[in-house]
Write a protein that binds this ligand. Structure first.
Ligand code: GDD
Ligand code: MN
Length: 380
């Protein structure tokens, strides 16, 4: 009998047999001050997930109530309980993302750390994703047989309104796109990572609205339980952040093409021009020439600001670059005005039709302003 080391034959790469970690499911539990809840969560998951190879991955944002210490005690002697501790950072979404990136399990699930989600649903959520029937399986409070439990009517109204609003930007109807309880294939999340905002509470919503192809979603009902210990962290900041996200997605989806947006801003700018002109002449008693110059300067600045945040929002200038951008925009619009007047004068001297000459001059000037500012002011 000889004992030797197996040496792979030349040019044959050794095959990795075991999957890293060997877990089929990672349950991510974000926690912020949940010391009195974590033991129950672990017990609930252990009971619900018997028969599945799972790990429990807490992501704790430096809780000051001893949450991490309690988790450490629960994890002692167990390789399937871990805690990622983050310092100097806060946020449910980003905590969940970092948890997902800290595991090699092919399916990841998220569950609140306060016991409000019904962990007994997890095996079915896992099976749907693991078996390929869904990209994302969601525990829903709003689909048939789901329930928000004993929420007061104010919270219920807010949540309903937020959910309604979300349907505006979702590719396919989902009854509970803000649920914090779902399972997803890890590679799906990885593919979408660069598009996720990572801000606020709405990680699931972020995933659903960031995917170029609609994700295949299945929802299963559950009853949202009442929080027994600790406090909710959902406050006004989370709500404002959500509103900003919806607006952002709406603009991204329905924004007209650049030239149309530029023309629309220009039309508004004309209104600003007239308002300043009238205002200065009426209230300031300024001469027409002075008022007109002021109106031009204000209108161009207005156009610059709106084009900067709408038409060219993907190339938005900030700080000092904004000052330089405004200067170049003034210059280009000045040249545009010369082109406008020049064209008009030449045409008028040849055809003597004032309105054709005037409109042609304006069109040439506008096209110049758009093209030149796209190439110079907001160059890529
Ligand atoms: N790591 C980390 N960092 N965890 C956090 C943070 C944070 O900044 N903020 C909240 N959490 C954890 C909590 O400790 C809890 O385990 C879970 O995230 C949910 O937070 P709650 O504060 O209990 O939220 P909720 O019950 O009001 O909101 C639930 O419903 C929302 C929609 O109505 C959650 O399920 C949300 O995910 C969901 O969007
Ligand atoms: Mn909660």
């Amino acid at each position: 009998m000889s004992i030797g080391v197996a040496v792979p034959a030349k040019n044959v790469r050794p095959i990795m047999v075991a999957k890293a970690g060997g877990f089929d499911l990672a349950v991510i539990v974000p926690t912020f001050n949940e010391a009195d809840n974590v033991a129950k969560i672990v017990a609930g998951l252990d009971a619900a997930l018997a028969g599945i190879r799972y790990e429990i991955l807490f992501v704790d944002d430096w809780s000051q109530d001893g949450t991490a210490e309690r988790i450490a005690a629960l994890a002692s002697g167990r390789a399937d309980i871990r805690v990622v501790r983050r310092f100097g950072r806060r946020g449910l979404s980003s905590a969940v993302i970092e948890g997902m990136m800290a595991t090699m399990a092919p399916v990841v699930a998220v569950i609140d750390g306060d016991g409000q989600h019904d962990e007994r649903l997890l095996p079915r959520l896992f099976a749907l994703v693991n078996g390929g029937a869904a990209d994302v399986a969601i525990g829903s409070r709003y689909c048939e047989n789901g329930s928000t439990g004993d929420w007061d009517s104010f919270r219920l109204k807010c949540s309903r309104a937020a959910t309604k609003l979300s349907q505006l930007v979702l590719q396919a109807p989902v009854t509970d796109p803000m649920s914090g309880f779902f399972a997803v294939r890890r590679t799906k999340v990885e593919a979408l990572l660069p598009r996720l905002s990572g801000r606020g509470f709405k990680i699931l919503f972020d995933l659903l609205t960031s995917s170029p192809q609609p994700l295949r979603v299945v929802e299963l009902p559950f009853r949202f339980r009442t929080r027994v210990a600790g406090d909710s962290k959902l406050g006004a900041g989370v709500a404002i952040d959500y509103a900003v996200t919806i607006a952002d997605r709406l603009i991204r989806r329905f924004a007209p093409p650049r030239p149309v947006m530029f023309a629309a801003v220009g039309t508004l700018g004309l209104g600003v021009h007239v308002a300043v002109l009238r205002g200065m002449m009426a209230f300031d008693g300024a001469s027409f020439a002075r008022a007109q110059i002021m109106a031009v300067l204000v209108a161009i600045a207005f156009n610059f600001l709106f084009n900067n945040s709408l038409t060219f929002r993907d190339r938005r200038l900030t700080g000092l670059r904004m000052v330089a951008g405004l200067a170049s925009f003034y210059l280009l619009c000045g040249i545009g005005a010369l082109a406008n007047v020049g064209t008009g004068v030449v045409l008028f001297s040849e055809h003597h039709r004032w309105w054709v000459s005037g409109v042609a001059g304006a069109v040439i000037g506008s096209v110049w302003n758009f093209g030149a500012s796209a190439l110079v002011t907001w160059r890529k």
